[in-house]
Design a protein around this ligand. Sequence first.
Ligand code: B1M
Length: 239
Amino acid sequence: MGEEEQDLDLATLSDDELVLQMHDDLYDGLADEIVEGVNILLGREWEPYGVLTKALVEGMRIVGVDFRDGILFVPEVLMAANAMKAGMGILKPLLAETGAPKMGKMLIGTVKGDIHDIGKNLVTMMMEGAGFEVIDIGINNPVENYLEAIEEHQPDILGMSALLTTTMPYMKVVIDALVEKGIRSDIDVLVGGAPLNEAFAESIGADHYCRDAAMAVETAKECMSRRQGSAAAEMAGNG
Ligand code: B1M
C-alpha cells in the first residue's frame, strides 16, 4: 500500500470520490475501509439501498470482470467477497427495518455444487426489508435439503440461486422433485443468478426468472397477490 493511500481520510472525499474509492477498496479486499465508507455514506443521509447498489454491488461487478479476465484470482476475490459482506452486515438491519406485517414466506438456497452466496444473501436482505419471512438454507444444497425445508416451513415461494453454468441445471432436479412429490403447484419457484436468463428459467419449469434482488422482491409480491386473489376466489366459490 502506498504512503498516499495510507494517509487517505475517507471522510474528506466527496460522495462521488468516496464511491470510486470504495470500488478500489472492495477490489483490494479492505473490509475495514468498506465498513468506514458505508458508515460515512449513511451519515450523509444516503439510502441504504443506494449504498448497496452504487458502492458495493457495482464494486463487485468490477471485481467479476477482472476475475473473468484472469487478472484476479480466487483468494483475491474471496477477500473482496469478505469486504462486501462486512458492508452488507451494516446495511442488513437497515434494509430490514420496515416493521411491516409479514408479506409471505420464502425459502431460499444456492444449489448443489455451488458456494456463491453474495447474491442470495442480497436477495434475502431485500426480501426481509420488504416484509417477507425468509428461511435461508445456505449454499451447496442437494435436493433433499430443499424438500426437507419445504416440508418443515411450508413456504409460499421457493428461491434458488446458481452462479455457475455447471450448477444451474441442478435447479431442474429440484423442480422435477417437486413435481414428483405432487407439491409443485403449492409453491411459486423463482430462480436467479448471473448466468441465468428468462429462457433458461422457462426451460426448467420455473415460474419466474429474477435478474436482481429488486426484481425478486417485485416478483414475490406479485406471486403473493395472485395467491391471495385465488384463495379469496376459492372461498367465495365455496361460500
Ligand atoms: Co466465482 N465465478 N467461482 N467465486 N465468482 C463467477 C460466477 C464467474 C462468472 C467469474 C468469471 O469467470 N467471470 C465464474 C462462472 C463462470 C461460469 O460458470 N460460466 C466463476 C467461477 C468459474 C468460479 C470457480 C469455478 C473458480 C475456480 O475455483 N476456478 C469457483 C467455483 C466455486 C463453487 O461454487 N463451487 C468460484 C469461486 C468463487 C469465490 C469463492 C472466490 C467467490 C464466491 C464468494 C461468495 O459468494 N461467498 C466468487 C465470486 C465472488 C464470483 C464473482 C466475481 C462475483 C459473484 C457475486 O457475488 N456477484 C462472479 C463474477 C460475476 O458474477 N460477475 C463469479 C455479486 C452479486 C450481488 O451478484 O450473485 O449475480 P449475483 O446476484 C444477483 C443476481 O444474479 C440475482 O440477484 C442478485 C442481487 O442483485 N440473484 C438472484 C442471484 N441469486 C438469486 C436468487 C433469486 C433471485 C435473484 O432467487 C429468487
